[in-house]
Design a protein around this ligand. Structure first.
Ligand code: ZN
Length: 82
């Protein structure tokens, strides 16, 4: 880990507008007591990064299933799914 230089790390860019900065938002999912590991109703926070410039979601930080769900629910309007 110590040998990794910060400057060698690629910067993630927005797929839509090429911007390099993102804002973090959180989508909250409700876990019913039936599927919750604790047996109690719970909240599952999902961190989402959205482009500061155009609002498009950063796909690299989410798995396909979550993206598909967000798209279906229209949670983030500018979601890009290619
Ligand atoms: Zn963008």
């Amino acid at each position: 880990m110590a040998s990794i230089s910060f400057k060698d790390l690629p910067t993630i860019r927005c797929e839509k507008c090429d911007n390099k900065t993102f804002r973090q938002v959180v989508v909250l999912k409700k876990l019913s007591s039936l599927i919750s590991p604790t047996g109690e109703e719970d909240i599952l926070p999902i961190k989402v990064f959205i482009c500061e410039k155009c609002g498009a979601i950063c796909k690299d930080t989410l798995d396909d299933e979550i993206l598909e769900d967000f798209k279906k629910e229209g949670i983030i309007r500018d979601i890009i799914l290619t």
